[in-house]
Design a protein around this ligand. Structure first.
Ligand code: NDP
Length: 241
């Protein structure tokens, strides 16, 4: 029996990168999976086709769209057991030049979008429910200047994770935060001088693949992780040491 047989999962931002890796892994582990995306319809359709998952267009910055995506998932599959908050955006600039609209966008997607999804999903989660958010190891180590606001948003979800773990634990729901290090995606390509200098900071000397992050998510989503809650786990090739 596959470990997530009979479970339903919703992954935000599942059309590309780490989110697509998580969709693939949860589906392979037996879950029924829905995922959101913002604009990459062709890539979302390809992931859906390859995995049997349900693709739902929903901008994480749009509170009502996120709520509708949760409703669509529960109506389609008849419930919800696992929420993975993965959708995220990044922007790097010196603090003096950081555009206010980019600040607002990062907070809207990376922080408020997580709040919206959790608020809509929580009433559907029962005993054994799981909430897993993709934060970032940047909370423990900021390797270069410019990522200040991004780091702020990822620190926010680490705090949210602790608060939610306290709040939802009595209902048998665990809440955890997976903090990737550099991972090969469109957001962080594994080439060029920037990638090389990051690798020099990493004991394991290479970028993660999305499947490496998905494997930690799958463990936390599964039955063996039932006693783990409120944690932030680095999956980072050691960049934080
Ligand atoms: P990508 O940019 O490669 O993919 C982002 C995914 O999120 C896409 O599926 C995208 O959808 C979706 N998305 C983006 N904005 C929104 C939005 N407003 N509403 C709904 N979906 C959205 O990013 P990664 O896979 O690299 O990152 C995934 C998560 O991991 C993020 O939270 C990121 O901060 C975090 N992370 C990444 C690291 C890395 O090195 N890559 C390191 C640490 C953390 P669409 O295709 O439609 O644009």
């Amino acid at each position: 029996v596959r470990p997530l047989e009979g479970k339903t999962a919703l992954v935000t931002g599942g059309s590309r990168g780490i989110g697509a890796g998580i969709v693939r892994r949860l589906a392979a582990d037996g879950a029924q999976v829905a995922f959101t995306y913002a604009s990459a319809k062709d890539q979302a359709d390809a992931v859906a086709e390859a995995t049997g998952a349900l693709a739902v267009q929903a901008d994480s910055a749009d509170h009502e769209a996120v709520r509708a995506a949760v409703s669509r998932t529960t109506e389609h599959f008849g419930g919800l057991d696992i929420l993975v908050n993965n959708a995220g955006v990044s922007h790097a600039a010196p603090i003096e030049d950081f555009p206010l609209e980019d600040f607002d966008r990062l907070v809207a997607v990376n922080v408020r979008g997580v709040f919206s999804a959790v608020q809509a999903a929580a009433p559907h989660l029962g005993q054994g429910g799981r909430i897993i958010t993709i934060g970032s190891v940047i909370v423990d180590r900021v390797p270069f200047p410019g990522a200040t606001v991004y780091a702020l948003t990822k620190a926010a979800v680490a705090g949210l994770t602790r608060g939610l773990a306290r709040e939802l634990g009595p209902r048998g729901i665990t809440v955890n935060n997976v903090q990737p290090g550099p991972t090969t995606t469109d957001m962080t390509p594994d080439s060029g001088p920037y990638a090389e200098s990051l690798k020099q900071l990493m004991p394991l000397d290479q970028f993660a693949e999305p499947a490496d992050i998905a494997s930690a998510v799958a463990y936390l989503a599964g039955p063996e992780a039932h006693f783990i809650t409120g944690t932030s786990w680095n999956v980072d090739g050691g960049i934080a040491v």
